[in-house]
Write a protein of this length. Sequence first.
Lengths: 247, 494
Amino acid sequence: MFELEQVSKRFAGTQALQPLDLHVPEGRTTVLLGPSGCGKSTLLRLMNGLLRPDTGRVLFRGQPLRDEELLTVRQRMGYALQGGGLFPHLTAEGNATLMARYLKWSSERVHARLRELVELTRFPPDALGRYPGQLSGGQRQRVSLMRALMLDPDVLLLDEPLGALDPMIRYELQGDLRDIFSRLGKTVVLVTHDLGEGAFLGDQVVLMREGRIVQQGPLAELERAPADPFVTRFFQAQRLPVSGGHA
Amino acid sequence: MRALIIGVWLVLAACSGAPSEEAPVRVGSKKFTESVILGDMVTQLARSTGARAEHRRELGGTQVLWQALRRGEIDVYPEYTGTLRQEIFAGRALPDDESLRQALAAEGLRMSAPLGFNDTYALGMKEAEAERLGIRTLSDLREHPELRFGFSNEFMDRGDGWPALRARYALPQRDVRGLDHDLAYRGLESGAIQVTDLYSTDAEIAYYGLRVLEDDLRHFPTYDAVLLYREDLGGRAPEVVSALGRLEGRISEPEMVELNARAKLQRVPERQVAAAFLERELGLTVTVRGDSMGASLWRHTREHLFLVGLSLLAAIAVAVPLGVLVARRPRLGQGVLALAGIIQTVPSLALLVFMIPLLGIGARPAIVALFLYSLLPILRNTAAGLTGIAPEVRESAEALGLPPGARLRLVELPMAAPSILAGIQTSAVINVGTATLGALIGAGGYGQPILTGIRLDDTSLILQGAVPAAVLALLVSGLFELVERLVVPRGLRL
């Protein structure tokens, strides 16, 4: 789905990404994993063109991202980030349907799609008229997910979608997200620093450190044959029964 | 950019449309009582010939009137020969009235014969004291070195003021102090000072029983009152020009002192003072129609709302798009903000006067000045509202695939609305207050009664302008609270 070739990115004196290659397979969930500041969010933003790479190029479905097509390409990529990034002046429904209404979908089509998404994300329908300020953290995240899925995109890009939630809600949403991923069968790229979450939601793990990819592959593979002492340390630092039930 | 063009167009359209019912004869007067009385006389004389005439009262100082006359925004106003020589044609040798006439003719202007009185600087003292000491002329002062002098601050500094006077007459007095002109009269009354400077037609001369000392060495230039008018007035309204001739040589110095006293001390409206004079001296019956208090309040309110409304609308149309630019292009924005800041630091009176050579007098320069003053708060708040939007919200809008214009319209402007509205509210309230200064350049509004009240030392008249201005500021502020409820999305008020 995505092909990144020798991309690098520098921000005001710090090299966020060293030149690297990455292949994101279609129809699978790829997890970008690593400690904060490792460059995983930067990598995600290169995929939907929120950031332009300093070197190298990003291909989406075999085509390089071009400025003039960026807006239409983004409509095929749902994006949700930590805290939801909801528009505070719009209701839950207004947030979810903003882009569809901008594209002049008929109101029947908008409402039909919204009903599907409410059911899919298990969002309480009576809360659709509420503003973000009146929603719980978990509900906000579900709205954010509905907004990302509204146009039925090819790809879902999620940046720490569950980062700001308390553990109970987080646990519940992790389960819901896995159901959604498997029902939709879409290409998903998920950024997280939580190994357990990555293992639970992802097929393919990309472990990053200081702007470099340390190792990638199925999680069990990383655990079995760590390519670097950092991989082992990262696993140990999570204090999880890694071999346990999740994966 | 489109909004900017619309804004400028609105201002220009309204300015050219506003004073549409132009009277054929427009009379101007300076912002002191004598000039206003003379202006009223001229206006009533012009009307007596059947012409339509309009008096733009108390427009400001010499420069304002002079510029307005040259630009043809007024046709005639009362002036003094001394002022023409010292201020308008300063540095040119114009020894007699004929050379003065030639200098004026070069500007397309004419000057009447003197009206009869000379309103020059003079020194005065209490009549009884002058009689006791035997002082009639300035030369007599040499014999009394113990006299205490108190002069207005302006007179202490002027080229033809105290230093030159002392040299010319070799005056020996050492007890000389500067003080406020109005306080000088009270000082004379209490005996704190014995001699002061005055204008030879001051109302207070009669009121305080002062003797004006004769300028026997002819130190002070003559300030003969004359009427200045445009040459083309003779072509447009010859009967008016010949009627003006009837005032020539008709007003003596004691007469003018008396007229000033009636207006200033007895608070008779200038219109009536002028009408009574014309009736007595020229046998002219003039009916004076004064506005009732309600009517003049309504007129001032209309004028004020016109100034504030138009300048504010134009400022919104220009400053909001500029604010967006400032937020989008921070480096360019710094320049724009700095420029708006500089405009804000120009004193309002100075800005109004700068506008006169460009835009003349009346509502037009006032609106442009108010427009410029209203920019900064709106600009700043628009930019602050936009840059204050959380990055993840902005990023979400971008990631949805909304083009920049739609992001602005659907997300950024609605979110910045509270801040933008607060900026407009600030501008509006400041604007209501600053617009009172518009009266100084003939724009009318609540400043008019304030100006007249200050000139006549009439507190109730000042309040007739100041109270409605304060009420209007409160109303405007309240109006924006209401607008905020309608405009700001409910989600932002939680």
